[in-house]
Design a protein around this ligand. Structure first.
Ligand SMILES: [Fe+2]
Length: 308
């Protein structure tokens, strides 16, 4: 299992804190940096912090209010972390730099205390994948760096085609870990990916997928707590793998507004759904993956067509 640490740069720590509370994160209060909050749930830690330099303020304005400034992934061997600075660079740091970084940033000690999120309920277990929108011309160098420096293994790229535009979704798996990095690219100037790159001033995190073991329970809970999810058309369930699923199973998917996709060998499945954009262009996916390494390409194609 990998440990993922995300750093949100935001001008509104309060709304980030309330969102993460609903998603089941607990906050730390021990010796945090001024203008910074730290949250944790199972293998995921998130830092929310206010911009501290004019460069960060400027970047944040261009990214519309909140962005993932960096994310770190500790590999199972704890040899390296991936580091993404404002969505533009992926680097590998030597291990001694890792503890230096965390100490200087959080001053974490034994005094960890939980602030009150009175309805605390662990919902998420780990981050399944992080999807980045990057420029097509940067794909080869990024891919090479992921493979050679960090040991990620590329999976077969998937082309997602809508009615008029398309993009390519290239996933990289970290062996021995339940973690994927997904790079979205497009040579089509009118595609959603290039629209994101133009509007948000360059590459960045498009979505973060959290794994949850029981979506049928967690999604209604999150909805009741005002997390906005995309609408799934009623028709979707009329044609849903009727040979494989009982009508009771289809009803429970429908009730929780979940998308479903079986693996090709029919031994695995994934269930997933997506929030609406929560911070600027950033949205979350909640996924339950079982013996399947895909990302719901059929579901994404249908949604993509609907969004075009
Ligand atoms: Fe995804």
């Amino acid at each position: 299992m990998v440990f993922v640490h995300l750093i949100f740069l935001t001008q509104n720590l309060e709304s980030l804190s309330s969102l993460l509370g609903i998603l089941g994160f607990r906050s730390y209060s021990a010796k945090k940096r001024e203008g910074s909050l730290l949250f944790q749930q199972n293998h995921i830690s998130i830092e929310g912090r206010l911009p501290s330099s004019s460069h960060e303020k400027e970047s944040l304005n261009k990214k519309q209010g909140t962005t993932i400034a960096e994310f770190w992934i500790s590999t199972p061997q704890e040899k390296s972390l991936v580091f993404d600075k404002l969505g533009t660079t992926i680097q590998c740091l030597p291990p001694n730099k890792i503890s230096e970084y965390f100490e200087s940033r959080f001053y974490i000690n034994q005094d960890r205390t939980d602030q009150s999120h009175h309805n605390f309920q662990p919902i998420l277990s780990h981050i399944d994948h992080v999807a980045l929108n990057i420029k097509e011309e940067h794909f080869s160098v990024t891919s090479e760096s992921l493979r050679k420096k960090l040991g990620f293994v590329p999976l077969a790229p998937q082309k997602i085609s809508g009615h008029t535009t398309s993009f390519t979704c290239s996933a990289f798996q970290l062996p021995g870990a339940s973690f994927f990095l997904v790079l979205n690219t497009s040579c089509d100037p009118g595609s959603q990916i290039n629209d994101f790159l133009n509007r948000h001033n360059g590459p960045g995190v498009q979505h973060i997928a959290f794994h949850s073991e029981n979506l049928e329970a967690s999604i209604p809970y999150l909805k009741q707590n005002s997390i906005p999810f995309i609408d799934i058309p009623e028709d979707y369930y009329n044609t849903l793998y009727k040979k494989e699923l009982t009508s009771q199973e289809i009803n429970s998917l429908k009730k929780a507004h979940l998308l479903y996709e079986p693996s090709l060998n029919h031994e695995g499945f994934l269930k997933q759904t997506f929030t609406k954009n929560l911070f600027g262009p950033l949205f979350f996916e909640i996924i339950h993956r079982h013996n399947l390494s895909g990302f719901g390409e059929n579901n994404i194609t249908n949604l993509f067509k609907a969004l075009e």
